[in-house]
Design a protein around this ligand. Structure first.
Ligand SMILES: *[C@@H]1O[C@H](CO)[C@@H](O)[C@H](O)[C@H]1NC(C)=O
Ligand SMILES: *[C@@H]1O[C@H](CO)[C@@H](O)[C@H](O)[C@H]1NC(C)=O
Ligand SMILES: *[C@@H]1O[C@H](CO)[C@@H](O)[C@H](O)[C@H]1NC(C)=O
Ligand SMILES: *[C@@H]1O[C@H](CO)[C@@H](O)[C@H](O)[C@H]1NC(C)=O
Length: 578
């Protein structure tokens, strides 16, 4: 924690012309002494704003099993093709023939949701995308991999377009192994690594590595962490990229570092203690905690920590599927310094148990844990007691007792096959839940959910409106930035403020499915300088990351965070230096 506090960019924009005293502080998250109350963080702790839920659409026609935000502020959403007709027709009389479930299917199983207009357009997937994975490449194209049956070796691509012409493009049988319940990560060289999947104890690359004799490289760790057929407890492994370019992989209760260039496991961490397991179907979630950059001349090697929360204890799946006994889910989180030479798991307790929770990195560096169930596991009819309250995890709160804050509840259960992700304005989009086979809307305890909601965290509460920065201009051509570049961001504040503490963050959006946000990472940029232009205008100068392993090339959302209140995000594109 000391390292984070020491490195973090927290500066005060001095109010030279105002009568307010300037307050200098160097803590993070920004602690402030507002004249009338406390910082937003303290307000939330004191039971003030706890966030607000809004029903955006009663039905998007499909269940949001997989979601990815693209750099045109549209969210690509899809479920699967083989469980009957959805509630949304394909346009222009299009149909798929030879559908596994219904023969001829003229309904959509994917949509493109436009955040700004709250409208959607049906898309057409040709093959089954059930329990698949994805990553957005450096050019903003979604590369999605695998699925089930005829879809299990397919790579699909979706490139955003200005008109309504773009749709899925499929590359059949591209993959060397079946990728069903696999995880992906974008690599610093722009390739994608695809790891695991049911029955596939291997990894491979997109595009294919021509130097490899076997396109799929065996990974014994995946065989070792499997507890057996249909209850592997190691599917959808958690992947996080390390500053030296190697890959952290967590499955079940174990974690390793893989050097995927030399095909060697170079490190194993201590086993995560406790009776709980964290991977599908005992599904927990994981995030890489904020990557705090130093801006140093040398190659940047920040200290990294992972946080893994929730899951279920061994045996829960068999009990839930067999005898309808839903054991209480895991209440614990583990935090591990993965760049430390000898790290130990630091275990913490959430306010309530949760399996199938989604962990979302917020622009402020805190983590929101949302969706899921209090009993049971992932799988058909295998969970009960939906957890309706998200929980805020305050990454930098030193007192463990004050680290978790219970937020306002929704009234819509979001269990198996639900998803959640952050959009540019700071809200969380929440959709899906399909805990029964097929589009099953009645006659079951937890019907298939077609609705789309948003959760506005505490920082969007109107009471903090006066502190919310608005980015005016990013001084860089086309909002493109290169590694190590010095970047000036001008922003307004709605009113003169006695204290301005600024943090600038870059967020790479997640591919969200099965409780894991693949490729999700938040970079805290080094602030080089802060200038006050007028009573309500500031200019902050930051250093772009220097190391491509720390932030692989691609589109990121840039946020200016003023005393805990984030601006709406602005897209920037991090490009390799020429
Ligand atoms: C789905 O469509 C069916 C048939 O048109 C309709 O009865 C049902 O209400 C729809 N369900 C939802 C959740 O929109
Ligand atoms: C980790 O999980 C495996 C597989 O379930 C189990 O055999 C092993 O005992 C666990 N290790 C610890 C230290 O809990
Ligand atoms: C959830 O687990 C708790 C603790 O074991 C138990 O008391 C409760 O009845 C369970 N709830 C359901 C719905 O199974
Ligand atoms: C709904 O789910 C139940 C339990 O899995 C199943 O028996 C039933 O056939 C399903 N209904 C439809 C319409 O698919």
């Amino acid at each position: 924690m000391a390292a984070i506090a020491k490195n973090v960019s927290f500066l005060i924009c001095l109010l030279l012309s105002s009568s307010f005293p300037a307050i200098i502080s160097s803590s993070w998250p920004p602690h402030s002494t507002f004249p009338f109350s406390s910082s937003p963080f303290e307000a939330a702790e004191a039971g003030e704003p706890r966030g607000k839920w809004t029903l955006l659409m009663k039905s998007i026609g499909i269940s949001a099993m997989h979601m990815q935000l693209l750099h045109d502020d549209k969210v690509i959403i899809f479920d699967r093709t083989d469980f009957g007709r959805s509630n949304l027709s394909l346009p222009g009389g299009k149909c798929r023939i030879n559908d596994f479930a219904v023969g001829i299917d003229c309904t959509a199983h994917s949509v493109l949701y436009d955040v700004a207009t709250n409208t959607l357009r049906p898309l057409m997937v040709q093959t089954d995308t059930w329990c698949s994975s994805g990553s957005v490449g450096p050019d903003g194209t979604l590369v999605q991999t695998g699925g089930y049956r005829l879809g299990e070796r397919v790579v699909r691509a979706f490139t955003p377009c200005d008109d309504d012409a773009c749709d899925w493009i499929e590359f059949p049988t591209y993959l060397a192994a079946r990728r069903w319940y696999a995880s992906n990560h974008i690599l610093p060289d722009g390739r994608v690594i695809v790891v695991g999947g049911r029955g596939s104890h291997s990894y491979e690359f997109f595009p294919k590595d021509p130097t490899l004799r076997e396109a799929a490289v065996r990974l014994r760790f995946l065989a070792e962490t499997s507890d057996g057929q249909e209850k592997e407890n190691n599917l959808y492994p958690f992947l996080h990229l390390l500053p030296d370019g190697n890959l952290f992989i967590f499955a079940n209760n174990r974690s390793i570092v893989l050097n995927y260039r030399r095909h060697r496991v170079i490190r194993e961490f201590p086993v995560m203690p406790g009776r709980d397991r964290r991977s599908y179907p005992l599904t927990g979630s994981s995030v890489l905690l904020p990557v705090v950059l130093s801006g140093d001349d040398k190659v940047e090697m920040p200290e990294l920590e992972v946080l893994i929360c929730g899951g279920a204890r061994l045996g829960s799946y068999e009990l839930a599927r067999g005898g309808n006994a839903f054991l209480e889910a895991s209440k614990s989180c583990g935090r591990l310094k993965i760049t430390h030479p000898n790290p130990e798991w630091m275990m913490e307790e959430m306010p309530m148990p949760r399996v199938m929770g989604d962990m979302i990195l917020l622009p402020t560096g805190d983590v929101l844990i949302i969706n899921g169930a209090g009993n049971g596991t992932a799988g058909w009819d295998a969970a009960d007691n939906p957890v309706l309250n998200p929980v805020l995890y305050r990454t930098n709160e030193p007192d463990p007792a004050g680290r978790f804050i219970v937020m306002s509840p929704t009234n819509i259960p979001r269990m198996y096959h639900s998803a959640a992700l952050l959009v540019a304005d700071g809200r969380i989009l929440v959709g899906g839940s399909n805990p029964n086979e097929f589009y099953n809307f009645s006659g079951v305890r937890y019907p298939t959910e077609l609705s789309l909601e948003s959760f506005s965290p505490h920082y969007l509460d109107p009471q903090y409106g006066a502190y919310r920065p608005a980015i005016q201009v990013i001084e860089s051509e086309d909002n493109s930035i290169t590694y190590g570049q010095v970047l000036t961001v001008s922003y307004f504040l709605p009113m003169p403020s006695p204290e301005i503490g600024v943090t600038v963050t870059l967020l790479s959006p997640a591919f969200a499915t099965h409780s894991f946000g693949m490729n999700q990472r938040l970079l805290v940029l080094k602030v080089e300088r802060l200038d006050k232009v007028s009573a309500t205008a500031c200019k902050v100068t930051v250093r772009a990351p220097r190391n491509m392993n720390v932030g692989p090339p691609g589109y990121y959302l840039l946020f200016v965070v003023n005393v805990g209140v984030p601006s709406p995000g602005v897209w920037v594109r991090l490009k390799p230096n020429a």
